[in-house]
Design a protein around this ligand. Structure first.
Ligand SMILES: [Zn+2]
Ligand SMILES: [Zn+2]
Length: 325
């Protein structure tokens, strides 16, 4: 079995939120103020993902903070005018040579999008991609997407596995069951935690933003570097804990994290170990497991003493066996 490094302690990491709203759609604050709110919380990047209007802003960028061009494309409902249907995160991918022109700043898109049968979500994903974008399957839990429907669709690079605004408002935030369902059906998709924040009110005691984020390992804080590392899965998602290192060495999957209550290896189809110092209650900062060749994928969840979670991306075991004797 090959050795492979997924996250490396010595590499720089950047904290970002890929889902938020401003007054360009139904948010409460203008983009400039939303950007300031995230800078104050120590973020390095955001995607201004307003509904059906593309944001391509350089004016907020500094040496320590960038905005990634994008939007949220939705209004595609199987029953006309009845939410929920499908929403997709759309992120400009500069490494692609798109068949069609890239979207421009404040370019708007018609809603509702006519539902023309089950192929409609795929047609929308493919259209966004043809303009040089990555696509995220947003908040399936909030949309109560049927599992069997979701796995019909391809070519999105990630699923939103934690959406803070829907936790804050309706406790329907966790899309990890959808993620496992997609992975078990052979899709190679990553998991993304994000805010989907609309209000950004600093005075709320229970904050509506800053609740879910991605931490990307990247050589540099630039739009091409961050997106390239997102595409490669060189990141983890979190609502609190940190993952410092994740690697395979001599058939062992090893993780290092900030002090946690439990570390759970979610392996399929053979369940991995669930590690916790239950008796002593001592915090854990590392764990490992033996990889079995029959395993399809393994992902790790680190849960802190407040119940907050850091999710690694999946380790695909076939990648470790390729070319093996
Ligand atoms: Zn949405
Ligand atoms: Zn949204």
């Amino acid at each position: 079995m090959k050795n492979k490094i997924y996250l490396e302690r010595s590499k720089p990491t950047y904290k970002g939120n890929l889902h938020l709203h401003t007054t360009w759609s139904d948010g409460s604050l203008p983009a400039a103020e939303v950007v300031e709110a995230f800078k104050e919380k120590g973020y390095h990047f955001v995607c201004i993902s307003d509904h059906d209007i593309y944001a391509r802003t350089d004016e907020f960028n500094t040496d320590a903070f960038i905005t990634i061009p994008g939007m949220e494309r939705g209004g595609l409902n199987p029953i006309a005018d009845k939410d929920p249907g499908y929403h997709f995160g759309v992120i400009d991918d500069p490494s692609e040579q798109p068949e069609q022109q890239r979207f421009e700043h404040l370019q708007t898109f018609p809603i509702p999008i006519p539902w023309e049968g089950d192929h409609s979500p795929q047609a929308l994903i493919d259209e966004m991609r043809s303009h040089g974008n990555l696509v995220i399957f947003n908040h399936p839990e909030w949309h109560l997407t049927r599992f069997e429907d979701m796995v019909k669709y391809k070519r999105f690079f990630a699923i939103e596995i934690y959406n803070h605004a829907t936790e804050w408002s309706t406790t329907s935030s966790y899309g990890t069951a959808y993620w496992d369902h997609a992975l078990q059906n052979g899709q190679r998709v990553f998991g993304i935690a994000a805010d989907d924040s609309h209000g950004h009110d600093k005075n709320w005691k229970i904050a509506e933003y800053g609740g879910g984020w991605v931490q990307v390992q990247s050589e540099a804080l630039t739009h091409p570097d961050i997106v390239s590392n997102l595409k490669q899965g060189s990141f983890y998602s979190s609502t609190g804990p940190e993952i410092y290192d994740l690697r395979v060495e001599e058939g062992q999957l090893m993780i290092e994290c900030s002090p946690c209550k439990f570390i759970m290896f979610k392996a399929f189809p053979l369940r991995g170990p669930f590690v916790g110092n239950h008796e002593s209650g001592e915090p854990m900062t590392a764990a490992s497991m033996s990889i079995e060749e029959e395993m399809q994928y393994i992902r790790v969840e680190c849960i802190d003493f407040d119940g907050r979670v850091a999710w690694s991306n999946p380790v695909f075991v076939a990648d470790l066996l390729e070319g093996d004797e």
